[in-house]
Design a binder for this molecule. Structure first.
Ligand code: H2U
Ligand code: ZN
Length: 345
């Protein structure tokens, strides 16, 4: 299906949520807030940065003089490895349902260079980040059912540290997003005996209009049901359900795709493009993961410029997501910008 110019709704097949698309609103005058554009760090090392090599973190520990990636247990982790079951919590209480949540949180520094974001790193350097993701996914998924690997980038996304880094949160329970994606992928598989995202990859390649990057092993699209203006979905073209299963060729190709995608993002408004991105792996405690396909979501907030973001407020909070720019137009903008970073152009 191509660009629809009338108001319509699209269904997110992974979550079951709907998004209202209103293409005619795109030209309305904008007198709303412009966020202050955070100045990107320029120094390669910041003596006050908790993530730079050799510096001291909030808990008094010293970071080693690391050469590529560096991982540490989050000093303020939201999840704690072992807690005894609290007698105060009862999953049986209908109106006050709660459950114990155990887990671990880690921080992954992507590079020793304070000012280098992913698009400014080489494919080989990004490859080290991919290897680190895989290593920590494999290690933590031996103990926990659900491992979330993600990156918050930019002050606008609440990122507290400008030093390039991501996080890993691992826990036994299925997070709400994983539970919804599992349910919808399973329903599709039961109906068609094929994986939802495998069929989706084939359809998007056939239609082309929402494709941003098509590599040997990966496909990047602005998904048909995108809610954020420049949201993308990075999909494995191979039947892979988790990061643990990626081989060297798939990982190297992935590093190149991440470099190209984040470069294209930066080039849209000639700024360090903020986003939250993260991986969705099949949870560990499944009888079969044939209905799953490894993928990553990129959710950037920017709408019109480096300083004007999409606000998910009013109708979005009370009803459902709404967008003006169609997924097809956003994909065209991302395809049309250069794949050479603007700072190098
Ligand atoms: P953001 O990805 O939202 O910027 O979070 C960075 C994490 O780094 C945050 O979860 C952790 C914070 O707890 N951190 C440490 O563990 N130690 C520090 O000394 C600074 C920040
Ligand atoms: Zn730093």
């Amino acid at each position: 299906m191509s660009n629809l110019e009338f108001t319509h709704r699209r269904r997110n097949q992974l979550t079951g949520d709907w998004v209202l698309v209103s293409p005619h609103r795109n030209n309305r005058p904008w007198k709303g807030a412009a966020e202050a554009s955070a100045a990107a760090p320029t120094a390669d090392h910041d003596p006050n940065c908790a993530l730079c090599p050799g510096n001291t973190r909030a808990n008094g520990e010293h970071n080693p003089d690391y050469a590529d990636t560096f991982v540490f247990a989050n000093d303020f982790g939201a999840l704690i490895p072992t807690q005894s079951d609290s007698a105060e919590i009862s999953a049986e209480e209908e109106l006050f349902t709660a459950e114990v949540a155990n887990g671990e949180c880690r921080v992954i520094c992507f590079s020793p260079v304070h000012s280098k974001t992913l698009p400014e790193m080489t494919q080989a350097e990004i490859g080290k980040v991919v290897d680190t993701w895989q290593q920590h996914y494999s290690e933590l998924s031996a103990s926990y059912n659900c491992v979330h690997i993600f990156e918050n980038k930019g002050e606008i996304m609440g990122c507290s540290q400008p030093h390039p880094h991501g996080q890993v949160w691992a826990h036994d329970h299925w997070s709400s997003e994983i539970a919804a994606e599992d349910r919808n992928q399973q329903l599709y598989f039961d109906k068609h005996q094929s994986a939802l995202l495998a069929d989706y990859v084939d359809r998007e390649i056939a239609e082309q209009v929402r494709v941003v990057i098509d590599s040997a092993h990966w496909l990047v699209v602005v998904p048909f049901w995108a809610a954020w203006p420049f949201e993308t979905l990075l999909l494995s073209k191979d039947p892979v359900a988790s990061m643990a299963d990626l081989d060297a060729g798939q990982k190297d190709d992935l590093a190149g795709v991440i470099k190209e995608l984040t470069t294209r993002y930066d080039n849209v408004f000639k700024c360090s493009f903020p986003y939250s991105m993260g991986w969705h792996n099949a949870p560990k405690n499944l009888d079969s993961d044939s209905h799953w396909r490894l993928h990553a979501h990129f959710y950037p907030p920017l709408l019109r410029s480096a300083t004007v973001k999409k606000h998910m407020v009013g109708y979005e909070m009370l009803a459902e997501s709404q967008r003006d720019l169609t997924a097809e137009t956003a994909a065209k903008i991302l395809r049309d910008v250069s794949d050479i970073h603007y700072k190098k152009g």
